[in-house]
Design a protein around this ligand. Structure first.
Ligand code: FAD
Length: 324
């Protein structure tokens, strides 16, 4: 059986592994301690936060169909929460939704975790190098110096910058990798005793460093005590990526109070996360990238755009094209 190493256990890596597992021997390597990548969940005692992807939409028939069984078994739920457009000058106006939006339940990482169920996933294993082995095969070297393989194929499902560092410069799609631009985001995570006094569950914010606020604990299936997620715009994050993290949090919390009246002083939990690569303003422009001669490939949202569905579509495209 063909052996395949997949670097990264986000939605792209787990979708690919799941799609290939009946026709290849697949091993997944993930540097974090858990599965999910940017479909991320932070656990903090009685609080849980989706501090990466907030929800997802469905534009393609393939994604719609693949979600049907997941909706049926409760791993994915439609989110009917009230979402408003919010600005300091104009207040809150409800956004009428034309298409449904979805979340994984009971937390965002439930979907990639479900896809990875029963597969060979090595967490806390950061791959530092992909090196040639005998017979055109590849070995992985992790950050502790451990080796894994050999493998017939190596696929990077890590963000484009990390993929660029991992795969050899001579790869046929090197130009695509370097053309991609990804942008950052800051998330502030707040936990409260009582639900904050706002009459919505999500707010798209305009004219502010903040781009999005959610009463996260009110998404379907959540059992967390009241939790709020605040995320900056990508543009603001890019300008402030290297700024002192305490200063960044303070700006975001002051802005939150000004916009919503939420008293951050009451928060029982207060933490933050800096995403260096959150969204993809300039994608690779190919559904996936493959060098059949070298037997190296890459997939991820950044191939197509910056959304959950793009990660799925990219992985499915690669699964269809890999000659295994
Ligand atoms: P990732 O989820 O990034 O997975 C890549 C994985 O590779 C990670 O787990 C990483 O740890 C691992 N990795 C990297 N380097 C290595 C290495 N050297 N060795 C081992 N493992 C490695 N999308 C939406 O559709 N709707 C939203 O509302 C939305 N909001 C978002 C908000 C934020 C703050 C962020 C960050 C993203 C948001 N997104 C949203 C985007 C969405 O999360 C992504 O499109 C999707 O999760 C990308 O999946 P992926 O598998 O391609 O990449």
């Amino acid at each position: 059986m063909t052996t395949i190493a997949i670097i990264g256990a986000g939605l792209a890596g787990t979708t690919l592994a799941n799609s290939l597992s009946d026709r290849a021997a697949v091993r997944v390597f993930e540097k974090s301690r858990g599965i999910g990548g940017r479909m991320a969940t932070r656990y903090a005692g009685i609080f849980e936060f989706d501090h990466g992807a907030q929800y997802f939409s469905v534009r393609t028939e393939a994604f719609r169909q693949s979600l049907q069984p997941l909706i049926a078994n409760g791993i994915v739920s439609e989110w009917n929460g009230k979402v408003v457009s919010l600005s300091a000058n104009n207040g809150a106006t409800q956004i009428e939704r034309s298409d449904p939006i979805y979340v994984a339940s009971p937390r965002m990482n439930a979907l990639p975790k479900h896809l990875a169920d029963g597969l060979d996933v090595n967490v806390r294993c950061e791959i530092a190098n992909v090196v040639p082995s005998n017979n055109g095969q590849w070995q992985l070297v992790d950050s502790e110096g451990g080796t894994h393989g050999p493998f017939d194929w190596v696929v990077s499902a890590a963000p484009s910058v990390q993929t660029s560092r991992l795969l050899p410069e001579s790869i046929s799609f090197a130009g695509h990798l370097t053309s991609v631009q990804m942008a950052g985001c800051f998330s502030v995570l707040l936990g409260f005793d009582e639900r904050p006094d706002v009459d919505w569950e999500g707010a798209k914010v305009t004219d502010s460093p903040i781009g999005w606020i959610a009463v996260n604990s009110e998404k379907p299936g959540r059992k967390s005590s009241p939790s709020v997620i605040v995320q900056t715009t990508n543009a603001w994050a890019e300008e402030n990526l290297e700024r002192d993290p305490d200063e960044v949090s303070q700006i975001i919390m002051d802005e939150l109070t000004q916009l919503t009246g939420i008293d951050v002083g009451n928060a029982k939990h207060n933490s933050r996360h800096r995403w260096r690569y959150a969204h993809t303003p300039v994608p690779a422009g190919n559904d996936c990238l493959i060098d059949k001669g070298a037997r190296l490939a890459a997939c991820g949202d950044w191939c197509i755009g910056g959304r959950v569905e793009h990660a799925f579509t990219s992985a499915k495209a690669l699964a269809a094209q890999l000659p295994v």
